[in-house]
Design a protein around this ligand. Structure first.
Ligand code: ACO
Length: 431
């Protein structure tokens, strides 16, 4: 963060306060209000943090107007095309693309941590069979702090590193087992000879009676879904992880908090909600009816998979995802899939509609990811767990960055109090 020569002046009640400013390497300048309360006895008000930078970060940059997403400076479309998930994990965690040796070492370290403590199988069995896999993931990831005591000390850099690798390595096993438990099949253990995405697909779809042959095109598409979801700067779940971590909580508890936040339909839950919406629409002729509902202020219905807090242009991840959807459906010979036809037609109609144009509502990453996951054989309940699996590296990278920032302190927002002021307690018989 570079200090800027510029300052901002805030004037009220005939008093003026000069506020320092910071210049980012990209994006808008930032007014530093950190000392404002002490100097001027006022708070700032910004529900939803629409104009507030809560931290300085070097990991991910988004230009929402241009529709640009950079990880450590590299654009997401190049990473999705030329790189792969574990290399992107390395980039997010350590700041640079790895050499061949560094990558091999990192992949080995992740591969050697994919198994879960055997005692955790009993923990799974405590859940109801019909539990949503996200509910299981929140519980199991939180419970990792009860199983891996030797990587919960956040003040020890070695333990922080071990916790990071454990989380990235074990998340596919945790998500696959949540799925297996949900459908009543036995857990499938990880295999070290498979790459990250293939291993996950096998743990989800293999059964003791029949081995699952991983198709390299599906494995590549899976890896791309992971890559496209790896990080997205200070979104709701990442901010949740940072806020939980600011109190000094252990890494597993913090990531469990992130998973809980991701679950909501306005965030990671949108991919499940989007596919369910496409199925409810059913056929392209019903699209106008749903478009009208989305535009009606008195109807809470929204077009899922459309709109984004930051992107006021195409979500660059949606473009890659759309291409992947075409590839996967062609491979599986289901290009005439009615859900895909509905999605394509809905996208076309919405992009030509004044309501969506005026409000700059474009398809986001979730619009096409559900179609791919559905074609691969995942039930909608697994869509958000897969998002959580992929986003874990982003949460971990942001968590590590926060802990290594000497200026970090506990997050403690203030409020605009609008409740009753002081009043005396009234005995029950006098109320
Ligand atoms: N369908 C219809 N109208 C919409 C939609 C939508 N999907 N999204 C926003 N709008 C409208 C709002 O009603 C609002 O209209 P108004 O100005 O007349 O009140 C305007 O556009 C601005 O919307 P906000 O909700 O204020 O924008 P915000 O930045 O707070 O919300 C959000 C962004 C939550 C993503 C929203 O667009 C949405 O709910 N989309 C559907 C859910 C979804 O796809 N979420 C995934 C996000 S990406 C991710 O998490 C990976």
């Amino acid at each position: 963060m570079a200090d800027s020569n510029k300052t901002a002046t805030l004037t009220f009640d005939n008093k003026s306060f000069e506020l320092p400013m910071h210049s980012p390497t990209a994006g808008p300048d930032v007014i530093d209000i950190g000392k404002l309360y002490g100097q001027a006895d006022v708070f700032t008000f910004d529900p939803g943090f629409t104009s507030t930078a809560a931290c300085a970060s070097t990991i991910t940059f988004i230009d929402g107007d241009k529709g640009e997403l950079l990880h450590r400076g590299y654009p997401i479309d190049q990473l999705a095309e030329k790189s792969h998930f574990l290399e992107v994990c390395y980039l997010l965690l350590y700041g640079e693309l790895p050499t061949a040796e560094q990558l091999e070492d990192f992949e080995n370290r992740v591969t050697l941590h994919t198994m879960l403590h055997e005692q955790m199988t009993y923990f799974y069995r405590g859940f109801r069979r019909d539990a949503h896999p996200m509910a299981v993931m929140v519980g199991v990831v939180g419970a990792m702090s009860a199983f891996y005591h030797d990587s919960t000390d956040i003040n020890d850099p070695w333990q922080r590193e071990v916790a990071s690798i454990r989380l990235i390595a074990k998340m596919p096993t945790i998500a696959a087992w949540a799925y297996k438990y949900h459908i009543g099949q036995p857990f499938v253990y990880p295999r070290n000879d498979l790459d990250y995405a293939s291993n996950f697909l096998r743990m989800c779809f293999s059964v003791p009676a029949e081995e699952y042959e991983v198709n390299p095109i599906l494995s590549r598409a899976m890896d791309r879904i992971f890559t496209l979801h790896a990080d997205h700067e200070q979104n709701a779940s990442t901010s949740t992880v940072r806020l939980a971590s600011s109190s000094g909580a252990n890494p597993f508890a913090c990531i469990a908090a992130g998973i809980a936040c991701l679950w909501g339909p306005a965030h990671g839950g949108a991919n499940q909600a989007c596919l369910e919406m496409l199925r409810e629409i059913g056929t392209p002729d019903r699209i106008p009816e749903f478009i009208e509902r989305a535009k009606d202020r008195n109807d809470p219905f929204r077009l899922m998979g459309f709109g984004h807090r930051v992107y006021k242009n195409f979500d660059p991840r949606a473009k890659v995802m759309k291409q992947s959807a075409d590839e996967v459906l062609e491979l599986l010979g289901i290009e005439d899939n009615p859900t895909l036809q509905t999605a394509k037609e809905l996208e076309k109609i919405a992009l030509e509609d004044d309501y969506f144009i005026d409000k700059k509502l474009y398809p986001n990453v979730d619009f096409y990811s559900g179609i791919i996951l559905d074609a691969m054989g995942f039930p909608t309940s697994m869509f958000t767990p897969i998002f959580a699996l992929a986003r874990t590296v982003g949460w971990v990278a942001q968590w590590k960055e926060q802990l290594s920032d000497p200026a970090h302190k506990i997050g403690r927002p203030r409020q605009l109090y609008t409740g009753k002021t002081f009043r005396d307690y009234v005995e029950v018989e006098n109320r």
